[in-house]
Design a protein around this ligand. Structure first.
Ligand SMILES: [Cu+2]
Length: 135
């Protein structure tokens, strides 16, 4: 029996949630088919409504090499709401080392958004959806 360790695990989880709140303006995810590892990061510290801002998208292959020469499209909507973004954000530049500049992000309503990136290079097409809390 090893019941003594259990409270420490719970305390560790509470501490982790306090230090790394889910509202951080960045997140990592593996794409749907497992082809890419994708990280988005906002260039503003907190994603709020009615603010046009840029994101950085970092994309690696599953074996952790920078994914270059990708074609990337962006779309987003709020779950259960019949609207998308007021802007049409685009990947406008490849910055090297797997980093792409995403221009024109803007959210017109606070709450949870699902932001989808479609990524492809030749026939290696995949997608990733991030849950983004907008303040
Ligand atoms: Cu909405």
């Amino acid at each position: 029996m090893n019941n003594l360790k259990f409270p420490h695990v719970i305390l560790g989880m509470i501490l982790a949630l306090t230090i790394f709140p889910s509202s951080a303006a960045a997140d990592d995810r593996i794409s749907g088919k497992g082809i890419y590892r994708v990280r988005w990061q906002s260039l503003v510290p907190e994603v709020t409504t009615d603010l046009i801002h840029d994101w950085r998208l970092h994309v690696e292959t599953a074996d952790r090499r920078p994914a270059e020469n990708l074609t990337i499209t962006v779309s987003a909507h709020m779950p259960g709401h019949a609207h998308g973004l007021p802007t049409q954000p685009r990947a406008t530049a490849y910055l090297g080392d797997g980093d792409y500049r995403i221009d024109g992000m803007k959210f017109q309503m606070s709450g949870i958004w699902w932001v989808r990136f479609d990524l492809w290079w030749k026939n290696r097409r995949d997608w990733v959806i991030f849950e983004v809390p907008v303040k």
